[in-house]
Structure formats: structure tokens, C-alpha cells
Write a protein that binds this ligand. Sequence first.
Ligand code: ATP
Ligand code: MG
Length: 398
Amino acid sequence: IPDEFTKAAGVLQEIQAHGFEAYFVGGSVRDALLDQPIHDVDIATSAYPEEIKQIFHRTIDVGIDHGTVLVLIGEEQYEITTFRTESTYQDFRRPDTVTFVRSLKEDLKRRDFTINALAMDVNGEIIDLFDGMDDLEKKIIRAVGNPKERFHEDALRMMRGLRFASQLDFTIETNTLSAIEEFHPLLGKISVERIAVEFIKLLLGKNRRAALLPFIETECYQYCPGLKKSGEALLNFSELPNKQIESESQAWTLLIQTMGLKENDIRGFLKAWKQSNQMIHEVQSLIYGLNQRLIGDWKRMDLFNLGLDAVLSIEKLLFYFGQKSTLEEAKEGYLDLPIHDRKQLALTGNDLLAYFDKNPGKWLGDMLNMLEIAVVNGQITNNKEALIAYAKDRIDKE
Ligand code: ATP
Ligand code: MG
């Protein structure tokens, strides 16, 4: 039993001492059984939230309507959720009412996939009411109960199933897959933000191809922003070397590059996916740099403008397009630049104003740009006299 569970065992015992049931549930149980690193352990209990709050001294109501109480013990915190059922999903995304129940079985029944519906007691004993262990062993994503009903209740589960296929390198079971095929238009009811979370996890998973193919075949992509007409591009994307992608910005870059989006369309595409300006900016830089690098060696100004992190990301992306990554060379090229920041110029705007006795204006920015380029490219050395001389020469020529 992994450490995370041993540490939390006392919490389960405390709840049990008060006459209630308590189990580890969900992703942590699944990942522990798969020998994968686990994030946080989720605890499910027959005790109602008010009862949990009477058992533990320090608690925070993080989602009391959904039955979740955060229990603080020492430095640790544990999410404890009351067994619950969910009923009548009017809007295809969240239950109208959550009902607390005393039965573990009822709680496990409302979970999405059999591998996510396993519980573990304090002794490490697995409670497996839906053959989740069997599916774990066979590496199968299977909906709990009737997949059509389950996706009709909550359409996001279709995207979750696809992302688990990628993350875990599992196959989606046939009936579950046909239900996705049938109900994929319900994704239209789900917010882009929530789809994006799952899509990005899918892209970053260990076997993205295993998820992209059903994502395309079931036509789920038709209900994702900016992908409606991209069936073929997505197929091409799925055929890139299936090596795991390192970061979100690299994932978007690979996708956009494969789609052949025009430079001016990148922002709109990522905006439609509700990505941050920071992410958009990063991806735009990566796309620019990647295309520069695909046609030749690094130019010093590109190294300078992009910065080391982007340069190394781009080197890694070359691999997917059948080119060799030259990480060490690129890093050396970057580190060898005479300066790495405008601030390192041996001459400031104020110096220029004082020396030439001119009013500030457009000429000043232009001049600093010119000096920066000349220094980065090694045309002049970065000292005050050389920079003044260069500037003077420019001004005289005007
Ligand atoms: P991850 O490692 O990404 O956190 P996870 O399985 O823990 O994976 P969570 O979103 O943290 O996923 O959800 C925790 C558990 O809650 C799941 O394992 C599953 O049992 C249940 N669950 C989450 N979302 C849904 C859903 N949309 N429908 C049904 N059950 C869900
Ligand atoms: Mg989780």
C-alpha cells in the first residue's frame, strides 16, 4: 500500500470508530493498482457532512452541497465525500439533485468507468462491484452500467473516457465506444473549458494515438472548437510519432502546425479553446520558431527573441517532423549570444538622449532596436564607445 494511503489510514479509522464506513475511492485506487504515482487520495464515507464535521476538529466546507468536506490534520488535508447518488441530469452535465446515501454500492454505481469505481478499505482490501479489476488487467475503459444512459446523463464522460485511453494506454470497450459514437453530439452541451481540460490531458497522455483515433472515428472532434473541418488534419496529427508530449504549449503547437493554421488564425483558434493570453503568446512563438528551424539553422536574433526555454521546446518538437533535435548545439548557440536581454546593452535610452541632445521620439526606439540587433549579431561589441560611434554614424547618414 503506497505511503499516501498509510498516512490517511488514521482518518478512515477515526470515521469507522464513530460507527460509519469509509473507503479510499476513485483515481488514487486505480493508479495505485496500476503502480502509477498517485496524486491525492479521495475518501468516501457513509457519514453525512455534518457528521464528519463533528468527528474532526479542523474542517473546511469546500463543496458541502456535493457532500465534500476538507479535513485538516497536521500538515495534511483530506477530501472526504459522503456516499451519494445523482439524479435527473436535465442539462446533460450536472445532476439536478445530489442525494446522500449510506450505501457504498450506490455511490460506486454513479461513477463513470469501472476502473474508477473501485474502493479500497483501510486494510488494502479492494471492493470491486463492477469488475473494475478485470478491466484494469485487460486495460479496458468500460462505462459503469449502461453506457448510453451514462453519457446521456453527463456527456463530459465521453471526453473523460477518451483521455483515460490516452493517459493509461487503455482501449475503450466496444459498447462504450458505440455509445460515444451515438451520443457524441451531446458534447455540444458541455462548456468548452471542461472539454479543454480533458482534451489537453488526452494530448499529453502516454498513448495519444489510442485516443485520437476513436476521437476522430466517433466524431467527437466535430463538437470541439475549431476542429469541425479538421478530420483529415487530425488523422495526420495522430500519425505523428507517438512519443509523449512534454507540455501544453508543445501539444498545441504540434496540433496547430499539423493543421497548417495560418499565423493570423492561431489566436482565434486558441481563444475558442479558452486558452490564456500567456498560452497563446507561447504557442505563437513556438510556431514561429519551429518554422524557422524547419527551414534552416538558428539565427541569432531568433535565439535572442525566443529565449532558451522556447528554443529547447522547438528543438524537441523537430523530432515529430522527422528531424534531429540538436539540443546541445542550440543551447550553446543561445548561451554564446553577446547579450540575452535588452537591459544588458551597454547604452541606455537616457544615454542616447543626453549624448545627441535630441527629444525623445520614435528615433530612440528604432535606434535601440538597431543597436540590439548589431550587438546580438556580433557586428559591434557591447561597450558604450562602440555603441555611441555606431549610433552617431547612423544619425549622420540620415
Ligand atoms: P485524475 O487522475 O485525472 O484525477 P480521477 O479518476 O481521480 O483521475 P477525478 O476527476 O479526480 O478523476 O474524479 C475522481 C473520481 O470521481 C473518478 O475516479 C470517478 O470515480 C468520479 N468521477 C469524476 N468525474 C465523473 C463524472 N463526470 N461522472 C462520473 N463519475 C465521475
Ligand atoms: Mg483525481
